[in-house]
Design a protein around this ligand. Sequence first.
Ligand code: MAN
Length: 464
Amino acid sequence: MKLSGSVNVLAAAALPFFLSTGATSASSIKGVDPSKANLYVPSSSQTWKCLDGSKEIPWSAVNDDYCDCNDGSDEPGTSACPNGTFYCVNKGHIGVNIRSSRVGDGLCEPECCDGSDEPSGTCPDQCESIGATYRAERERTAKVRKTGGKIRSTYLAHAQKEKKRLEESIKALKLEVKQKKVEVERTQETLNQLESMDAAALEHKKQSQEEDVPENYESEVHNIEGTDLITLLLDHEKHVTGSTTQQDDVKALLFSVADYLPDSFLPAYESLKEYIINTLSLMGVIPKTSSSTSAETSRARTAHNTAESALIETETKLNEDQKALDKLFAVEWYGKDGEWKKLDGTCLSKDTGEYTYSVCLFGSASQKSNKNGANMNLGSFQSWTKDSSAVPGSLEYYSQQYYGGGTKCWNGPERSVTLDLSCGLENEITEVSEPEKCEYRFVGTTPALCVPEQENKSGGKDEL
Ligand code: MAN
């Protein structure tokens, strides 16, 4: 296999079976990982113990191309043991362990760039150039990580600012709620007082006219509930007053009805009457004037309603701010440092020719036809990665977002998007594909993932 170009460089970095993490001096025994070199020493009687301690063999049996040890440790430099490993020194690049079954198979494995796993002369040693390209690439990504990290720290600062803003707002809103509750109580008390005064006045009026009530009227008004009140009142108007006018007469009629009602109907009647008068005046049937409910009572009721609405509005806002604060540093939302909050609602697009794909982070994703502008809903934010093995809060966890519940595909699932993210200087979508029908994959970059190297969980590397 020919080794050249950046693909092989990346493969050499990504594919190693084991990266060495041990000592830097190579063992004199072929294929031994430097971290185990001190274990490959003969006893005074020229014997050697398998690394699992299961057997003692002559020192000469080490790397004799015959497998003696169950753990394969006696053949680090040959392919004799199926379960053994071979260490490629890869001077100039990174030393790696490969499976010993690959030793002497005639293939030049990219990860063993020095060709030491094959007989001399089979594979060229390309570690110097591969190592140099690899280091240049690492340097570049380290730079991006560093610059991106600076952008990321502005995201963290944004979260802190947002935290402060919300905390202050919550404090002020709590105080406001307290004050508005007092106002609701105060207006309620005033209203109660005025209503009882109105009721007393009504009672007085009723008593003074009681003798005029027809004997059978009480039984008739028992049917008042559920009756079309307007019809009832207009009938009443015809029969009692003989009037057919629409304005003051309607009101006069409403007021006179109260005089004939039994006590138990008065409160319900009063509410209905006010409603009718208000409705009629709104419709322009009658002019807006006072009713038997005093103008003060109407004003008190309006004030109470206004106070109640204002309280509800403040309580809603308080609730919203409280929720926003809870989400700000929640691992499953904007991250334990709140680094994602800054990107909440940031929309990214990618034109692929046929469609323009978009995603508004933590919102929804769409697919817009460039031909006719038709927009397809690809789903809304459901969670960070769907890979349950990713530890919530880890870099891996934040490297993928899932958007689901989009427009249903004909004969298929609801449309959904998996957004794979990595560290980059820009917030952008770089690739879009549809690996399965109606299941889309967006690939993108963001500074939010540019964390310093030590926070990154990748394993140790031992460059030679
Ligand atoms: C539309 C688009 C495509 C999708 C088909 C499925 O044409 O949303 O991406 O594959 O519908 O029928």
